[in-house]
Design a protein around this ligand. Structure first.
Ligand code: G6P
Length: 603
């Protein structure tokens, strides 16, 4: 979703802004633009499409200023077009603005400004911001006061950067419900929508709270929501710069698939130890609280929601506490049954997904205890939840989530064991499960040793129009994730069904040559799922079986036998590879699939 970068410093701003935008490409976008301030001269250049389209029309000599702001836009209000691309300006060209988020009251503000004689050139909600700046500047004759008044008028979510020839050498910054970080380096100060955008320039970051703002020039002055000056401390991030590069892999997604053993190992480190009770830093749920729990909700979107389903499976199996998994955008509107006896777990790789954060706020306001599982240090969600558990997958750049998913699954299984141990102490069963969990990274590596079989299958399947994934229990959860991966990056229509449900409708879609991917990792359900596969096979389907059971099929991908609670951690890997290779064979941009954004910061 929209990306923002700003720079003030000793160097020319433009090259730094373009690097920052390129680092943000993974978020998904449809147009890009920059504004550069050089003394009194404010220039704006923008273009539709990829950043390379913008680069083609940039004159680096002309745009030599050392202050600038830049933006990649993911259309919400108005089609992807030059007019709608950011930065936006006021009518006197005094204020250039980039914005991420949605101004919910923009219609009202726009009408008011039109009534006052202002003319708008775009369909965006953002354009009201420079217009309001102009309006208030006329009254106040002071840029910072105009900025205060402008931001006070805005309702909704925003991360905003403003530059102006009327306020030389400075960038104004404001944040509310949209991600924004400020990074300080020896050569200058950056503002950006996330850490990877500027990690190659600095590791020292300031994090703004909602409602806070800042004035950046040779230093940073921070203000609270009442515009009173406040002090803030920076935090040093330990991500390696290399972690955001492709490291020799053709795509980020391939690199991230291969990083799963390490990501899981690091996410479990310090939490899961052989023959020791599980412990989470900063999280303590006592036995009396857990005994009184009426229910657990797991709330998330997309892949994170699929990880949540494996968490439900583990908690219910081990702890016998009912767990509901709810898509975040539905949670708020289904009047969830919440009180102090509810525990709500929110999963978000980015920690910035607007629906998940809104759901979390609702749960808290209804008295529930909230835990978030996220991969991004100090992301917005961490500031809302009672407890944060970090996955340590490192930056995930490809839009289609892989290593964050398996790290989330690992952490949720650990949480399930933790709840079980807190309720009834360690046992030989939980000790065995922990031992097996710790062995998973090595087993993942074994599955990844030879990827040629996945590649060959992908070549065979690249022209299919539909692909069905089926399984029972936790295998159904893996089927859902496999199907989502395929849709996201190969644009092939795909559905996941509980195996037993096929004959209640979907089997009508099975035709000669339709591919059905079966996942069987649990001896308790293997025969039943296998019969369902036989049913579709007798109607002409071609079966691909991912299994750790002793079953023969024409095409079988064998994975190691583990406890069914842990099986998604292994079974998902061949599905990730197959989706990846199909998309590659089709010549698609695997890391940046069409229409998708890595982090969806609007509801
Ligand atoms: C977007 C991404 C998905 C991701 C989902 C949730 O839709 O394209 O890959 O699973 O958001 O993201 P989160 O950061 O909250 O895990």
């Amino acid at each position: 979703m929209c990306g923002i970068v700003g720079y003030v410093g000793k160097d020319k701003a433009l090259p730094k802004l373009i690097t920052g935008l390129k680092n943000l490409e993974y978020r998904g976008y449809d147009s890009a633009g920059v504004a550069i301030l050089d003394g009194e001269k404010l220039d704006i250049v923008k273009n539709k499409g990829r950043i390379k389209n913008l680069e083609e029309i940039l004159d680096y000599d002309k745009l030599g200023g050392n202050i600038g702001i830049a933006h990649t836009r993911w259309a919400t209000h108005g089609i992807p077009s030059l007019e709608n691309a950011h930065p936006h300006m006021d009518s006197k060209h005094n204020f250039a603005v980039v914005h991420n988020g949605i101004i919910e009251n923009y219609q009202e503000l726009k009408e008011k400004l039109i009534h006052l004689g202002y003319t708008f050139v775009s369909e965006t909600d953002t354009e009201v911001i420079p217009m309001l700046m102009e309006y208030y500047y006329e009254i106040e004759k002071d840029v910072f006061r105009a900025f205060q008044k402008t931001t006070s008028d805005l309702k909704g979510s925003y991360a905003i950067l403003v530059i102006s020839p009327l306020l030389p050498n400075s960038i104004l910054v404001a944040k509310n419900n949209s991600p924004l970080v400020i990074g300080k380096s020896e050569d200058g100060i950056f503002a950006a929508s996330d850490i990877p955008a500027i990690i190659s320039y600095t590791k020292d970051f300031y994090f703004l709270e909602d409602g806070e703002s800042a004035l950046i020039n040779e230093d940073i002055t921070f203000f609270d929501k009442n515009f009173k000056e406040i002090q803030k401390n920076y935090k040093t991030i330990d991500w390696e710069v290399d972690a955001t590069s492709k490291n020799g892999y053709e795509d980020y997604m391939l690199k991230e698939i291969h990083e799963q053993p390490k990501a899981l190992e690091e996410s479990l480190a310090g939490i899961v130890l052989n023959n020791k009770p599980i412990q989470f830093m900063n999280l303590s749920l006592n036995k009396d609280y857990l005994k009184e729990l009426s229910n657990i909700y797991i709330v998330a979107c997309g892949t994170a929601m699929h990880a949540g389903l494996t968490g439900k499976y583990a908690i219910e199996k081990l702890c016998r506490i009912p767990v509901n998994v709810v898509v975040a955008s539905e949670f708020r509107y289904q009047d969830p049954i919440l009180d102090k006896h509810s525990l709500c777990i929110f999963i978000s790789q980015s920690g910035e997904t607007a629906d998940t954060i809104a759901a979390l706020k609702l749960a808290r306001s209804n008295g529930a205890k909230t835990i978030t599982v996220t991969n991004v240090f100090e992301s917005s969600i961490t500031r809302e939840a009672d407890y944060t558990i970090y996955t340590h997958a490192g930056p995930e750049i490809a839009v289609a989530s892989t290593k964050a998913y398996t790290s989330q699954v690992g952490v949720l299984i650990s949480l399930a064991i933790y709840i079980k141990e807190t309720l009834s102490g360690s046992s030989s069963d939980t000790d065995l499960l922990k031992k097996e969990l710790l062995s998973i990274p090595k087993l993942m590596e074994d599955i990844m040793k030879d990827t040629e079989a996945y590649h060959m299958l992908a070549k065979e399947m690249m022209h299919v129009h539909d692909l069905y994934y089926i399984g029972r229990g936790n295998d159904y959860h893996t089927a859902m994730e496999g199907s989502l991966k395929l849709k996201e990056i190969s644009y092939i229509h795909s559905e996941a069904y509980p195996a037993g449900e096929l004959k209640h409708g979907p089997i009508a879609l099975i035709d000669n040559g339709t591919y059905v991917m079966g996942i069987i990792t649990d001896s308790k359900t293997s025969e039943k799922t296998w019969s369902n596969l036989e049913e579709v096979k007798s109607r002409g389907a071609k079966i691909i079986l991912v299994t750790n059971q002793n079953i023969e099929e024409d095409i079988v991908i064998r994975i190691p036998l583990v406890n069914p609670i842990l099986a998604p951690l292994l079974a998902v890997i061949p599905l990730q590879f197959i989706a990846y290779y199909i998309a590659k064979e089709k010549g698609l941009d695997v890391d940046k699939p069409r229409n998708l954004a890595k982090s969806v910061t609007v509801e």
